[in-house]
Design a protein around this ligand. Structure first.
Ligand code: SAH
Ligand code: SF4
Ligand code: F3S
Length: 369
């Protein structure tokens, strides 16, 4: 049977990319894209598991689709969430995790048997359709095992793809619409293929695709090389943006998180980057309410945010996750966590506004000559 399918994606750019892979694989087997969920016979939710809230949103959505449509549609749970849930609820017909997509077109057949599964999770041979931004994974998995994070358990060991494959995939996937290339990995700075590190890979991409803007996400302070900022200042098509997750401003918390850098190391990167390239924008991820975070640790995070003055930040309250080490430590109360998050967001919002205003004034001055 040929299906009309609809995909809803939650989570990070890795899931966005995977949804393009699923789409391409289904289209190549003769299935069609549905105009809407109502029109679809196959409803796919590519879910994220990084925080409880992300799980609840995806599961709530799937259960409401099942209630509205009774048995008329096949319902699929995909992505990190398909791997992390303990018991797949009855209203889900198929669960497919990130390494299994190559078999997904077979799975949607009614006569599929599980013995047919054999898949590695390498999708470099799949033609994905690119919009303005071409999503390009340069590695998969993560070996960092930050104590609060479920991602390494869902995405597996870190494997860097070969530069040849990455360049070939970019060439093949660029469309008329494409204006920028986003190099993606859980930690792009630990990319290493034989002797090629991330700076060398970025240099190859910049040279080969001179008319494209090149960006990357996400950086890890412990592996970050300032050479990347030097390259940004030398290459007009290398976007002057750094997403550098701080996570906490307390060295004690950073150590409990297994982040392997100190606030001093982090500040040194930010200072050098701004010195080399004053117009660089720096954004971050920050967490509060981790087990054992004291009021003093939280104050250090607020102080760090005031000193570092990020252009923007994603801020989260800790959410306990399966498999992770943090689950075994005493938790901060949810109310305390929420009140810290509120204070953090207020502090960062003021900085964001001040920075945006200063930028506007500087641009106006520049335009007036
Ligand atoms: N690989 C990237 C992104 C990881 S997930 C990195 O290391 O930066 C994106 C963000 O979600 C993390 O940076 C962290 O701030 C947040 N996060 C991860 N696990 C979390 C948890 N258990 N609770 C709340 N936020 C979490
Ligand atoms: Fe999670 Fe840390 Fe890996 Fe990022 S680097 S995905 S936060 S374990
Ligand atoms: Fe991304 Fe969420 Fe998976 S953040 S790697 S989609 S758990």
């Amino acid at each position: 049977m040929k299906h009309r399918f609809h995909i809803t994606t939650y989570g990070c750019q890795m899931n966005d990319y995977d949804s393009l892979v699923i789409e391409s694989l289904l289209l190549s087997e003769g299935h069609e894209k549905a105009l809407s969920i109502d029109d679809a016979s196959l409803v796919i939710v590519n879910g994220c598991s990084v925080r409880e809230h992300a799980e609840e949103r995806a599961m709530g959505f799937l259960s409401s689709v099942r209630k509205e449509t009774k048995k008329a549609k096949k319902i699929v749970l995909a992505g990190c969430l398909a791997r992390s849930v303990e018991n797949i609820p009855d209203f889900i017909d198929i669960a497919v995790s990130p390494t299994e997509y190559a078999n997904f077109p077979k799975m949607v057949n009614d006569n599929f048997s599980f013995t047919e599964i054999e898949s590695t999770g390498d999708y470099s041979g799949v033609n994905i359709s690119s919009g303005i931004t071409l999503l390009t994974p340069i590695s998969k998995g993560c070996d960092n095992f930050c104590s609060y994070c479920i991602v390494p358990f869902l995405r597996g060991k870190e494997i860097s793809f070969s530069p040849e494959n990455i360049l070939m995939q970019i060439k093949r996937s660029i469309s008329k619409e494409t204006k920028e290339i986003m190099l993606m990995g859980q930690n792009v700075n630990s990319y290493m293929y034989k002797n090629t590190d991330f700076s060398s890979l970025a240099a190859m991409v910049l040279k080969e695709f001179k008319d494209m803007r090149v960006r990357f996400i996400t950086s890890h302070p412990k592996d970050f090389s300032i050479k990347l900022v030097e390259m940004m200042s030398e290459n007009k098509n290398f976007c002057s943006h750094l997403h550098l997750p701080l996570q906490s401003g307390s060295d004690r918390m950073l150590s409990l998180m297994h982040r392997k850098y100190t606030i001093k190391d982090f500040t040194a990167i930010v200072d050098s980057a701004r010195k080399l390239l004053p117009e660089i924008t720096i954004t971050s991820d920050i967490m509060v309410g981790l087990p054992q975070e004291s009021e003093g640790d939280f104050q250090e995070t607020l102080d760090a945010v005031k000193t570092l003055r990020f252009d923007d930040a994603f801020m989260y309250r800790y959410s306990p996750r399966r498999f992770t080490l943090s689950r075994y430590f005493d938790e901060v109360s949810p109310d305390e966590g929420l009140s810290r998050l509120k204070k953090l967001i207020e502090t960062q919002l003021i900085i964001k506004k001040e920075k945006a205003e200063a930028y506007e004034v500087a641009t106006r001055r520049k335009n007036q000559g």
